[in-house]
Design a protein around this ligand. Structure first.
Ligand code: ATP
Length: 335
């Protein structure tokens, strides 16, 4: 069956890692019509829009997109395209499985964590203003609706994939109203699952320490947007770094698959990026569209290359280029 999927190459290392995934999918025999769209600075240069309407229309039509990282300027410039996309399509749930990969040595073994991050509000609302010179205010928006939706998503996921425990992560001792509402919403959903899923709560700072000391004792993490962002990078560090952790953004109508990492401008255009994180995001996408067999075949090919260990990218201790690593996986999966 032929699929039509929106592809956002992005910028920085985005074009290199998306091209890698496109090549591997082709080598595995998948028939995909990619609808390529620019976003962020690359789109602005052509259309003076950072999040073009044509891109949003393409995702709405196809319901599925694979997205490379798009740079957000720090401290100035346009607002985040990544956040804008999630808001525009109401991609309210960000799912990030964090697992050890075969052959990839890290400080920990047997890591199997699921991060469920609220994706539409919190300090990411981007509502900031200057009160008087020298004093600024950022608004942290937490709603019962969004908190309940993300909690439901986490519990539904936990039930479907037979997970044992959900940990809601917060700072409600300090932000009693906002994080308090987040917790109240999680508790209300947890009460409906008292018989099937264990539920606990941890303050974000203590949760970080616990994750570093005993990550094997955590299972599904349920977080508001900002803590979700920070804890995601921490968890990536547990299993070998940002080059190996995938992600997916789910809405009610569409889903956008993207790695946890950003555009990594320090290694862009150098053929050094590890495409594994985006490839694993792409495999989540294949499972989502029902291509389980091909996903399993590619996964086996990736595992084989990582296990052999001779060809791996610099972030994993090797010296292979993105292209050489991609070629190796293509040889494994060739249809
Ligand atoms: P953002 O806030 O936009 O998510 P970030 O601050 O998390 O970005 P990244 O761009 O994700 O930063 O990258 C941080 C560093 O991790 C990079 O500078 C790069 O060295 C490394 N890195 C990230 N992704 C990869 C990758 N796919 N392959 C190799 N190294 C990577």
């Amino acid at each position: 069956m032929k699929h039509v999927i929106t592809l956002i190459p992005g910028d920085g290392i985005g074009p290199e890692v998306t091209e890698s995934v496109v090549r591997i999918f082709k080598a595995a025999g998948l028939q995909i019509d990619w609808e390529r769209h620019d976003a962020g600075v690359t789109a602005f240069d052509k259309t003076e829009e950072t999040l073009p309407v044509a891109l949003l229309d393409s995702i709405k039509r196809n319901k599925v997109a694979l997205k490379g990282p798009v740079t957000t300027p720090i401290g100035q410039g346009f607002t985040s395209v990544n956040v804008g996309l999630r808001k525009a399509l109401d991609l309210y749930a960000n799912l990030r499985p964090v697992r050890n990969l075969p052959g990839v040595t890290s400080r920990y073994t047997d890591i199997d964590l699921i991060i469920v991050r609220e994706n539409t509000e919190d300090l990411y609302a981007g509502l900031e203003h200057e009160v008087i010179p020298g004093v600024v205010e950022s608004l942290k928006i937490i709603t019962e609706r969004a908190s309940t939706n993300i909690a439901r998503f986490a519990f539904d996921f936990a039930v479907k994939y037979q997970r044992k425990k959900i940990t809601a992560i917060h700072k409600a001792n300090i932000m009693k109203l906002s994080d308090g509402l987040f917790l109240d919403s999680c508790r209300a959903v947890a009460r409906d699952h008292m018989d099937d899923i264990a539920y606990e709560e941890r303050i974000v700072d203590a949760a970080c320490m616990h994750l570093v000391m005993h990550p094997e004792k955590m299972d599904v993490l349920l977080l508001p947007n900002l803590y979700g962002d920070i804890v995601s990078d921490l968890c990536a560090g547990l299993v070998g770094g940002l080059g190996v952790v995938p992600g997916a953004n789910f809405g009610r109508d569409s889903a956008v698959f993207e790695a946890v990492h950003g555009s990594a401008p320090d290694i862009a255009l150098a053929n050094l990026a590890n495409p594994t994180a985006l490839l694993l995001s792409g495999l989540m996408m294949l499972d989502h569209i029902g291509e389980h067999e091909v996903a399993a075949k590619i996964r086996a090919g990736l595992d084989a290359v990582l296990m052999k260990g001779a060809i791996r990218t610099r972030d994993l201790g090797g010296d292979a280029t993105t292209t050489a690593f991609t070629d190796a996986i293509c040889r494994e999966v060739h249809a």
